[in-house]
Design a protein around this ligand. Structure first.
Ligand code: SAH
Ligand code: SF4
Ligand code: F3S
Length: 464
């Protein structure tokens, strides 16, 4: 009988993509996908280390699996992703029932190692070299590429796919664990990416999101000419079948006018920029090692607004970074107010062992203060988002249908007409009623009602 796997995924889109690749890999190796951990004999956790909270959730989920392992000892439990790379052996100490700990740079060994631990050859810890302990070349080599091939069956919406254009990060923002756990920055050759995008188009994929931790620093020097993200957008625009091109996450330092103009000029490029600011205070930006003053961020925003009118811009902010005074925080408030972001993701600072900020600065902003700043910023952002969504009422938008909404999945699993969700090119979420078979299609919806982060509408049928 074939083995059945279930993957639980937390963290960013890198992890969502890795989980898809792992699923494709395992399906190819004869596994079947299970709908829940209960029906699986191989349970995988794809983990995130970006904040303490993300790690705590995984450790408690692993704790709950202890009795599963007692009742069904043949169950294989695997921890992959960024926490695997960061905590390594420590995971086995805290959760001795785990069979395999495998870092993001070692996934090409996953299926072989699962075979090994399934027959009692575990536990195994397989991770890349510690970035802080060794030179760049050996570390780079130890973060191995993982390209098991793409299969629509491994994607939630087969018509939507992410494509990695670069690995790792070299920016070392002082708060961030990502460069340690994802390794050195490395761009994939453009030809290799293009082959993957063409293959996805043949599989019926309509929307491709190019992924990188600093996606706009992409640089391919393997051919005579240096190729950048704007060149990729132009090249992939020519691929028949692909309708939308998105890219995340941008770093403000590399947001060139050339790239912004490419978004304006390349028909399939979505007018959507996720470009985290992190703070509105120069003193804090410096401590964060972000590499730009707030004035440069504001200038960049102005260029986006002028060049691509109507573009959606989203940002991330950290509140309660060490030493953040009320005045620093007020500068962040001012940036959120002036920026008119489509959305801002707001995080409370969480010290990460091994980062510069954790070594140098005391986590001195009280939790209650972080919480208040977080809530206030969210409220300010919500009010702006709602205000900016209002003019959309009565307007028609094109959406890519992503399937039944969470509510519909819970309450009307067999109903013909269900509540569906889709996304505009600007990454706005649209809810409307329709048959589930519309999933994966791009179609027009007229907006009737708006909330801060969701639009509601109805399908426009026939010629109008
Ligand atoms: N590469 C992306 C994002 C990486 S992590 C970028 O450069 O913007 C996603 C977000 O998590 C970050 O933008 C940051 O806002 C937040 N984050 C990262 N480390 C954090 C920490 N230690 N505490 C709180 N938030 C953090
Ligand atoms: Fe982390 Fe900064 Fe790299 Fe983003 S750019 S992944 S925040 S170190
Ligand atoms: Fe988390 Fe790793 Fe992404 S730490 S945010 S899953 S790169």
């Amino acid at each position: 009988m074939s083995r059945r796997f279930y993957i639980e995924t937390v963290g960013c889109q890198m992890n969502v993509l890795d989980s898809e690749l792992v699923a494709a890999d395992l399906l190819r190796h004869g596994y079947e996908a299970a709908d829940s951990p209960r029906e699986a004999d191989t349970i995988l956790f794809n983990t995130c280390s970006v904040r303490q909270h993300a790690e705590d959730k995984v450790y408690s989920a692993l704790g709950r699996l202890k009795h599963v392992k007692e009742h069904r000892p043949e169950t294989v439990i695997c921890v992959l992703g960024c926490m695997a790379q960061k905590d390594r052996q420590q995971i086995l100490r805290r959760a001795p029932h785990v069979d395999l700990v495998i870092g993001p740079g070692q996934l090409s060994h996953l299926s072989a190692l699962l075979d090994q631990v399934a027959v009692g050859g575990g536990p195994v810890v397989e991770v890349s070299l510690d970035r802080a302990a060794t030179g760049r070349a050996p570390v780079l080599a130890s973060f191995e590429p993982y390209n098991p091939g793409r299969t629509p069956a491994a994607r939630r919406v087969p018509q939507q796919a992410m494509v990695r254009i670069m690995f790792g990060c070299d920016r070392f923002c002082s708060f961030c664990i990502v460069p340690n756990v994802r390794g050195p920055e490395q761009s994939r050759p453009a030809d290799e990416i293009e082959t993957e995008v063409r293959n996805l188009a043949r599989q019926g994929c309509l929307e491709v999101t190019l992924l990188g931790q600093t996606v706009n620093s992409y640089e391919d020097r393997t051919t005579g000419r240096t190729l950048r993200l704007s060149d990729l957008l132009c090249r992939f625009n020519a691929i028949e079948g692909i309708e939308r091109l998105k890219f995340v996450t941008n770093h403000p330092r590399y947001m060139t006018t050339e790239l912004i103009e490419a978004v304006r000029d390349v028909p399939k490029a979505s007018p959507y920029f996720h470009v985290p600011a992190q703070s509105g205070s120069n003193r804090i930006l410096k401590r964060m090692n972000r590499g730009y003053p707030v004035e440069a961020y504001r200038d960049m925003l102005a260029t986006i607004r002028k060049t691509v009118p109507g573009a959606a811009v989203t940002s991330d902010f950290i509140v309660g970074f060490p030493g953040e005074t009320e005045e620093d925080y007020q500068q962040t408030v001012a940036l959120v107010r002036d920026g008119r972001f489509k959305n801002s993701f707001i995080f409370k600072y969480s010290p990460r062992p091994g980062t510069m900020a954790a070594k140098r600065f005391e986590d001195d902003v009280p939790y209650a203060v972080k919480q208040r700043r977080n809530n206030e910023l969210l409220a300010i952002q919500s009010a702006i988002s709602l205000e900016d969504n209002r003019p959309l009422v009565g307007r028609r938008v094109e959406i890519l249908v992503e399937g039944a909404s969470k509510v519909a999945r819970k309450h009307s699993p067999s109903g013909k007409v269900v509540q569906l969700v889709g996304r505009t090119t600007c990454d706005r979420i649209v809810v409307f009623d329709g048959p589930a078979k519309l999933t994966g299609r791009i179609l027009p919806v007229e907006i009737e009602k708006v909330e801060a982060f969701t639009l509601f509408g109805h399908r426009v049928v026939g010629r109008q």
